[in-house]
Write a protein that binds this ligand. Structure first.
Ligand SMILES: Cc1cc2nc3c(=O)[nH]c(=O)nc-3n(C[C@H](O)[C@H](O)[C@H](O)COP(=O)(O)OP(=O)(O)OC[C@H]3O[C@@H](n4cnc5c(N)ncnc54)[C@H](O)[C@@H]3O)c2cc1C
Length: 384
């Protein structure tokens, strides 16, 4: 997609976001409420369905367009975490879902009638070691019976569908630990109260995250995505998209912090001059700016490689690492620039500071990205 087209997307999303100012997000944050109105507006404007092909009611754009949308939401002071999963799980459904699944779900997702916002991978005991997850799905005739637990299943209460990773072949019987895992598209509207229980988890920011429990939940065999036992590969595929999109959000956060810090440094006068006249104040902002622009280039590169179908694991990981570091550096600098006022709710800095901190840990922690680069790019011995 050309720079002009991406700039047009950013402009249109910025206009939409102007109707959801800091006050809107601040109130939700205080009350730990879900941004229903914002998600509805983003859906109705077509932005959340931008990755859905035109044949299924979407606009058929690529990952660069989706990254531009999410970056702009964050650059405008909002938070795409309320709805970004729909974009990053889309690749798994588009690449590996059956025609029947796509026909059944995609048009509804494009109009907003159906919400695909829950992604159930992480478990309390497995942590980052995904292949040791314990949730099982056992085939019994026309159904799979699911038992187990997920944690940090964000937006489960605000989603109709969940993309779920579960073990269909016991680890001991699988040739490799990455075999025997399968992906399901679970219709939660039918499941809640019939084997699926959702419990909200309150966190340091407004994130609508939950833990979910599966107790002999029956899902139709047709809920299986792709082939049984190949789910880990499908999910890994989708994880590159997730890393790139979240990196774009981090770039958006960093740009918001840098603009906010620069504006404040120009206008706040102490000792009879703007604080931004001091190099001790302006240099950290300039450094954060340089880090952000470098990260943005890596996000752009990873997104275009993904769109061309090239292998982009290293680039997606580096984009996520650099962008999450840049946003955290910018957040810290912005807070410091504001002095005491950085801690006041009304400035939105402390809210965004809490929100952007997540991306040092989720969806993949910094250490694990470094371990991936060390092993797969530099050829160093596997450390875990
Ligand atoms: C708010 C929030 C929302 C989330 N949303 C979702 C969601 O929607 N769906 C979902 O499936 N998951 C979700 N997650 C889970 C998230 O992806 C995980 O928290 C993340 O992958 C880290 O896993 P963990 O918390 O189990 O940490 P652990 O794996 O327990 O790791 C703990 C710490 O140890 C470090 N560590 C572990 N192993 C190594 C190693 N070998 N070398 C070096 N360091 C290591 C890690 O870097 C980390 O800092 C969410 C998490 C949060 C907090």
């Amino acid at each position: 997609m050309s720079e002009t087209d991406l700039a047009a997307i950013r402009g249109a999303v910025a206009k939409l976001c102007a109707s959801f100012p800091g006050e809107y997000w601040r109130t939700l944050d205080r009350e730990r409420r879900y941004p229903t109105e914002f998600v509805r507006a983003l859906t109705h404007a077509g932005w959340l369905g931008c990755l859905i092909p035109e044949d299924y009611g979407g606009s058929g754009l690529g990952l660069s367009a989706a990254a531009a949308v999410l970056e702009e939401v964050h650059r405008s002071g909002g938070n795409g975490a309320a709805c970004h999963a729909q974009m990053y799980v889309m690749g798994t459904l588009l690449r590996h879902g059956s025609e029947a699944q796509k026909r059944a779900y995609l048009p509804g997702i494009a109009t907003g009638e159906l919400r695909l916002q829950a992604f159930g991978v992480t478990e309390p005991t497995a942590g980052t070691d995904t292949t040791s997850l314990r949730t099982t799905a056992v085939r019994r005739g026309d159904v799979y019976v699911i038992d187990g637990q997920k944690v940090w299943t964000s937006r489960a209460e605000h989603s109709d569908l969940m993309l779920l990773l579960a073990r269909t072949t016991p680890r001991a019987e699988a040739a490799r630990k990455t075999d025997g895992l399968s992906v399901f598209l679970v219709d939660m509207r039918e499941a809640v109260g019939r084997g699926l229980t959702i419990r909200p988890l309150r966190t340091m920011m407004n994130h609508a995250t939950t833990e979910v429990f599966f107790d002999a939940l029956e899902v139709p065999a047709a809920a299986l995505v792709g082939e049984e036992g190949k789910g880990f590969r499908y999910i890994l595929d989708g994880m590159n998209a997730e890393r790139i999109l979240i990196a774009a959000e981090c770039v958006g956060d960093a740009r918001w912090f840098i603009a906010k810090a620069s504006d404040y440094a120009k206008t706040r006068e102490v000792f009879g001059r703007p604080i931004g006249q001091n190099q001790g104040v302006q240099f950290p902002i300039a450094r954060a700016y340089a880090a952000t622009e470098a990260a943005a280039l890596m996000v752009e590169r990873a997104a275009s490689m993904y769109e061309r179908g090239e292998s982009c694991g290293a680039q997606a990981n580096m984009a996520k690492l650099l962008a999450a570091d840049a946003s955290w550096q910018a957040a810290d600098t912005c807070l410091q620039t504001h002095g005491g006022f950085g801690f006041a709710e009304d400035f939105d800095v402390e809210r965004k500071f809490r929100e952007t901190r997540l991306y040092q840990v989720a969806p993949i922690s910094t250490n694990l990205i470094l371990a991936h680069l060390a092993e797969h790019v530099l050829g160093l011995p596997r450390s875990y």
